[in-house]
Write a protein that binds this ligand. Structure first.
Ligand SMILES: O=C1O[C@H](COP(=O)(O)O)[C@@H](O)[C@H](O)[C@H]1O
Length: 231
């Protein structure tokens, strides 16, 4: 696979090795920003891929009290639900050394959509304007965060100047809240965490496709992306 100069691919032999190397890398970047600015902002993704990395990162010794942690997207479900991304972070990352991290969830229990969106945007104001690290995932349709090619909201989300927006995918369950592309790109480093041969195939398809509408992950290629992958 031929990679543009802005993309670096780190390949590992197994998923645990990849998760540990990624946790070390993230912790290093957070330490740098903690030293420079006294605080650091970390955005994580959900789904199944990041769980071993969450566990490894929770063991890292750093000044977690000054690390603000949130998500690139979440399914609009209470954290107790098995499909909640928040639930995975709470269960696997916010423990051990990371218990003291400053967690900023996207989900809130407001019953009206407008109120829920307003509360989520208000919460996200706590994040530093420039994030330290954004860890993205990718689905086999080329979606990242909850920027789904199938969703009718996508054109509006590309142009949004807000921190987050609603998305309703038609090819995946649950209404979602996603950070907008402009919020995700206000970051020192973007990382894509992938596992499995199928994700590598999707990546190479995205590298050949120049339509971000068809494969939203493309939008993050030119600004620089570090990929951690294991079979
Ligand atoms: O729906 C989602 O999917 C992607 C990829 O998930 P995975 O299970 O294939 O790792 C994820 O990055 C995103 O946060 C999530 O909401």
């Amino acid at each position: 696979m031929e990679l543009p100069a802005a993309i670096t691919l780190h390949r590992f032999e197994d998923r645990q090795q990849c998760a540990e190397a990624l946790a070390d890398h993230i912790a290093g970047r957070l330490r740098q920003d903690l030293q420079l600015n006294g605080q650091a902002g970390l955005i994580l993704s959900g789904g199944s891929t990041p769980v071993p990395m969450f566990k490894a990162l929770s063991q890292q010794k750093l000044d977690w009290e000054n690390v603000l942690v949130s998500l690139a997207d979440d399914r609009w479900l209470p954290p107790e639900h098995a499909d909640s991304n928040q639930g995975k972070v709470e269960q696997h990352l916010l423990r051990n050394e990371a218990t003291k991290a400053r967690w900023i969830p996207l989900w809130n229990p407001a019953s009206q959509e407008d109120e829920a969106l307003g509360r989520c945007r208000e919460q996200l104001q706590q994040l530093p304007a420039q994030l330290s690290v954004v860890v993205l995932g990718m689905g086999n349709d080329g979606h990242t965060a909850s920027l789904f090619p199938c969703s009718k909201e996508l054109p509006r989300v590309w142009d949004s100047r807000q921190d987050c927006e609603w998305v309703q995918p038609t090819s995946a369950p649950w209404q979602r809240m996603t950070l907008t592309p402009q919020r995700l790109l206000a970051s020192n480093e973007r990382i894509l965490h992938l596992t499995g041969a199928d994700k590598l195939d999707t990546l190479s398809q995205a590298l050949r496709n120049n339509q971000r509408e068809e494969m939203p992950i493309r939008h993050f290629f030119s600004a620089g992306l570090r990929i951690f992958w294991a079979p």
